[in-house]
Design a protein around this ligand. Structure first.
Ligand code: PHE
Length: 398
């Protein structure tokens, strides 16, 4: 028998719950019997019709009729019922999918999908386009594939060269302490690199001792110390990551850029190992015909230190391209790629207790700017293009 909204004789919470439960059971039962669009309309009007729908009656017979003291209790149940009715009616609306079941025979399948997964298929002549219909013959939404960012691509290439040599990957924080970024890397207290001209310090730290002050790391070298504190020798790591320097942006500078650091420590590492390793890496990255050259340099944490140059892979080391001056190597035939050197014994002193006695172990380190390498490798003329997020630029690397 169809449900009718009863007049309430009692307004105790228990009686109200019982009445509400009956109403909701009826709602479920009737909703389960809805199959066609016509069924659904009848169902909707019966429950939500303004004039005499169940909800309207509930309002009249339950809420308005309730004695003052019970209004709150009744109101709560009525609100719940209203929410459930609205939800059930909305969910129960059959959705139509119109498509060609068999285009050749001009059989048009009209599929009505209601609650759950029940579906009815009615084949007939072409229906007029139905309101709210989903036309499955329309092309789908495109989700264009992204591409690896050129800096990440260059980074992965470099890392894989060293992975093939048995190096592991290590990482460290971008916000560093003065200790790891400078002190433990043998920077003397007044070294110009500690100057705010280059280094971005976090504000309001004057009360802290210098070594604890936080800064944005200016290179990936602090991860040398962090890793040696955790892992005993022998060690072979490469460290990719972001670094910051207080440089105004232009075509070749960005206050944020990327580096890859390398560190090898063992009992018998020599300058020959450094040269052999880097020569191999440059040939793997830029082609087997490039030559390498080492020029003396200075870094506080390596001794001796060097800059590594590779013969220009753009002009083949000639300095000219078809009589035009070669810009990337500034007509010198050589391109500067990275800084490197043998780990300074003073650096090992900071991690001596973890097995890095400078009398027993030696090592080499190197650090390169990934963005610069990507610029050279892919012929990009402005570093800013890497960070502007313009898909027209980025799509060229897909
Ligand atoms: N950290 C140095 C820089 O940023 C590069 C470097 C790394 C040099 C390791 C020597 C050894 O310029």
């Amino acid at each position: 028998m169809a449900y009718t909204v009863p007049k309430l004789k009692e307004f105790s919470p228990a009686a109200l719950d019982k009445a509400a439960e009956r109403l909701l059971t009826a709602l479920e039962q009737e909703s389960a019997a809805v199959n066609t669009e016509a069924d659904w309309k009848t169902f909707r009007d019966r429950w939500m019709g303004r004039k005499n729908g169940v909800l309207t009656q509930v309002n009249e017979l339950w809420l308005k009729a309730a004695p003052k003291g019970a209004k709150r209790d009744v109101g709560q149940r009525v609100n719940l019922a209203r929410a459930r009715v609205t939800e059930t009616v909305e969910d129960g609306k059959p959705k139509r999918i119109v498509g060609y079941a068999d285009a050749g025979a001009a059989n048009i399948g009209e599929v009505t999908v209601g609650k759950g997964l029940s579906a009815k298929v009615k084949l007939g002549s072409a229906p007029a386009v139905v309101e709210h219909a989903v036309d499955i013959t329309l092309p789908g939404n495109r989700h264009p594939l992204g591409a690896e960012h050129p800096v990440i691509k260059a980074m992965n290439e470099i890392l894989s060269v060293f992975r093939n040599l048995g190096y592991s990957i290590a990482e460290g924080p971008i916000i560093e302490t003065d200790y790891y970024n400078f002190e433990a890397l043998n920077f003397p207290p007044n070294h110009p690199a500690r100057d705010t001209q280059d280094t971005l310090f976090l504000a309001n730290q004057d009360s802290k001792p210098l070594r604890d002050r936080l800064l944005l790391r200016t290179h990936t070298s602090p991860v040398q110390i962090r890793t040696m504190e955790k892992m005993k020798p022998p060690l072979r790591i490469v460290v990719p990551g972001k670094v910051h320097r207080n440089d105004p942006p232009d075509a070749s500078h960005s206050p944020m850029f990327h580096q890859i650091e390398g560190l090898a420590v063992d009992t018998n590492i020599t300058l020959g190992d450094l040269k052999g390793t880097l020569d191999h890496a440059m040939k793997a990255l830029f082609g087997s015909s490039v030559k390498t050259s080492f020029r003396p340099s200075f870094f506080p944490f390596t001794e001796p230190s060097a800059e590594l140059l590779v013969s220009c892979f753009i002009c083949g080391g000639r300095g000219k391209r078809n009589l035009e001056p070669c810009r990337p190597c500034k007509q010198t035939g050589w391109i500067e790629i990275l800084g490197c050197g043998m780990v300074d014994p003073n650096v090992f002193e900071f991690v001596k207790s973890n097995g890095y006695d400078p009398r027993k172990v030696s090592g080499f380190a190197f650090g390169m700017g990934v963005d610069r390498l990507a610029i050279l490798k892919y012929g990009v003329d402005d570093i800013q293009l890497f960070f502007q997020g313009d898909v027209r630029f980025l799509a060229q690397f897909a």
